[in-house]
Design a protein around this ligand. Structure first.
Ligand code: NAD
Length: 313
């Protein structure tokens, strides 16, 4: 199932046409997309503001997910996982999103916090908001899979999201997170099926954290796909949608045409020959994962990259 990732509405992948962004949201709802994911961090509140404007009169038609704990600022800073900030943050998000409840409220990128604080302070604050009815469900998001798994085992969360972890370049979420999601009854959300732009014709944005060899493999796969008359983004989305344990697959969108195409693609299986060729190109870099957040939170075998502590989502 395709969900609407709203980070592009915050100009995270380049400046967008604001009116088109709004039409993309409306088109998505009209064509049956009902899950929208955003965060205060995307465009440093711009994405929430734009999504809130686009959802006026349509709030009841969607499941609205946002986050707290990550706000931006200098590389490696701009995080606050304190209970006080989590509680204040929901009020700010409600205002920007022009609503009086959040469906899914998530701790944003838990690898930048201390595991102890996330479990003993951040998530209890989220639980309190859930009890009060300000938010309906609570969850965690982040990159290192073993940290997500450990936190999921120690608290009553409803959702768990990772990104760039089930797509043509890396499929480790299936091994590490699927069992815990099933065991604990947690909705598993698969974000960034295009590897945050690597698996597109346009290529990765400047802040992308993947090491150069991964970016290069993405470019080679895109070129080969094009030569065969295919499109790497379309193949990548079709592949990611085959991850059946995912409750939703969040693809970042701000264009009417991408919404229309991505919904169509959900109905069609990937071309087996195209898929085989791309997987062959990607094989030498498959499952490479990068360092992000606090060292103690990283997955074993994480590699450094030029944007290691940089401006990640
Ligand atoms: P993505 O892999 O979905 O790629 C987005 C890029 O692909 C954008 O530039 C978009 O314009 C482009 N695109 C979309 N459809 C296309 C198509 N059919 N053809 C060509 N290009 C296409 O990356 P993402 O946006 O980072 O991830 C999706 C969403 O998941 C985010 O918007 C966000 O909501 C969520 N997310 C959350 C976290 C987190 O919580 N830590 C991290 C990453 C992503």
């Amino acid at each position: 199932m395709v969900g609407f990732g709203a980070s592009p509405l915050g100009d995270e992948f380049g400046r967008i046409d604001r009116a088109e962004g709004e039409r993309a949201v409306h088109g998505a709802i009209d064509q049956g997309i009902n899950y929208f994911d955003v965060a205060p961090y995307y465009g440093r509140t711009l994405a929430e503001t734009r999504l809130g404007e686009a959802l006026v009169g349509k709030r009841q038609a969607v499941i609205l997910a946002t986050k707290a704990g990550r706000y931006g600022g200098d590389p490696g800073s701009g995080f606050d996982f304190s209970a006080q900030r989590i509680i204040a943050s929901v009020e700010e998000s409600l205002k920007r999103l022009q609503t009086d409840y959040i469906d899914v409220y998530q701790v944003h990128d838990i690898e930048f916090g201390s595991k102890q604080q996330i479990i003993e302070e951040t998530l209890p604050a989220m639980c309190k908001l859930r009890e009060e009815g300000k938010v309906r469900f609570i969850g965690i998001t982040g990159y290192p899979l073993h940290l997500l798994k450990a936190v999921a085992r120690s608290t009553e969360i409803d959702t768990m999201m990772t990104y760039c972890h089930y797509d043509l370049l890396n499929s480790m979420a299936a091994k590490v997170l699927t069992p815990v999601a099933r065991e604990r009854g947690i909705g598993l959300i698969n974000a960034s099926p295009l590897h945050m732009g690597v698996l597109t014709e346009r290529g990765a944005p400047h802040w992308h954290p993947a090491p150069e060899e991964v970016l290069r493999a993405g470019r080679q796969a895109a070129a080969w796909c094009r030569q065969q008359g295919g499109n790497i983004a379309e193949l990548a989305l079709q592949f990611a949608l085959s991850f059946e344990q995912a409750a939703t697959t969040l693809v970042g969108m701000s264009k009417v045409e991408h919404v229309r195409r991505n919904i169509q693609l959900a109905e069609v299986k990937p071309d087996p020959e195209l898929l085989r060729g791309v997987l062959k190109i990607i094989k030498p870099v498959a499952d490479i994962h990068w360092i992000v957040g606090r060292p103690e939170n990283n997955d074993p075998g994480s590699v450094p990259s030029p944007n290691t502590v940089g401006d990640l989502m």
